[in-house]
Design a protein around this ligand. Structure first.
Ligand code: BJW
Ligand code: ZN
Length: 237
């Protein structure tokens, strides 16, 4: 496959995962460098871990914020931002990533189903989440909300309900093309989106250097790094 033709009546659903940010220098979760101090993500990104040891979880996300400061979007992010300029609301960009690299590349309407690293909220009250780009690496304690609750990352941990599911399911039902990029297919419900889109009539394509665990849900698999494949599929004219 060289370029991916998009018809005037096509609606495109793009699901991105950690692989789309790998070429920017952010480690994937299940890759060789995906461990943090020997912990798998499942051991740190859960409400149980937060209740058991909020300081440890806070340090993990402080480290992630530090790493995030230095990274920049790669040609894969840029190709998707340009595609949004071309397709407008016919493109639905849903990311599992908590980084802001799609936005830094120029994407305007990014649906962060697993939340955002640079936002925090109270773990007790309903005060809305706040933009929070500060690094807490130097803080001795996890910050507190005025209500006394702990200030946690606005991120969806295992066992929590992903954000924006209503609009995601609506867009999946209306898509004619579904593209998953750089996601292993290990984490649900995102791993079920390809099958849902296909059942609703979409053609499904995967892009990444290796086949995902849910390969059976894709009509086609384009093996390669997204920073190279996406600009080829969607050349800038
Ligand atoms: C490249 C590349 C390059 C490399 N170019 N590609 C048993 C069965 C089924 C489900 C469950 C089950 N037990 C529990 C569950 C549910 C659970 C789950 O799925 N667990 C699995 C581990 C089994 N899911 C949940 O709990 C979710 N909530 C939920 O289900 O609520 C119930 C509900 C459902 C539906 C409706 C209503 C209610 C919540 C999941 C939250 C996930 N959170 C995390 C961490 C938080 C974010 C953070 O700290 O950053 O989100 S986990 C982590 O995995 C992160 C990611 O978003 C997510 C997905 O990972 P991703 O993106 O796929 O990364 P990798 O590393 O796995 O893969 C990278 C890929 O890139 C690889 O394939 C590489 O080949 C590729 N790659 N270089 C392109 N250059
Ligand atoms: Zn509070």
């Amino acid at each position: 496959m060289t370029t991916l033709p998009i018809r005037d009546d096509d609606r495109l659903f793009v699901l991105t995962g950690a692989g789309v940010s790998a070429e920017s220098g952010l480690p994937t979760f299940r890759g060789a460098d995906g461990l943090w101090r020997g912990h798998r993500v499942e051991e740190v990104a859960s409400p149980a871990a937060w209740h058991r040891d909020p300081q440890m979880v806070w340090e993990f996300y402080s480290w992630r914020r530090e790493v995030h400061r230095a990274v920049r979007p790669n040609p894969g992010h840029v190709a998707l931002a340009r595609l949004e300029q071309r397709l407008g609301e016919r493109l639905f960009l849903c990311t599992q990533n908590v980084d802001s690299l799609h936005e830094q590349a120029g994407s305007k309407r990014v649906v962060h189903m697993h939340g955002r690293l640079l936002e925090s909220r109270c773990d007790r009250c309903t005060r809305p989440p706040a933009e929070d780009a500060r690094s807490y690496a130097s803080l001795a304690e996890v910050p507190r909300c005025p209500c006394g609750g702990l200030w946690r990352p606005n991120i969806v941990w295992f066992g929590e309900t992903p954000f924006h599911l209503d609009s995601i399911l609506d867009a999946l039902g209306r898509a004619s093309l579904f593209l998953a990029v750089g996601t292993s297919g290990a984490v649900y419900p995102a791993a079920s989106f390809a099958q849902a889109a296909r059942q609703a009539g979409a053609c499904t394509i995967y892009i990444g250097p290796e086949e995902p665990l849910n390969r059976h849900a894709f009509d086609e698999c384009v093996l390669g790094e997204s920073g190279k494949v996406l600009p080829e599929l969607f050349p800038h004219d």
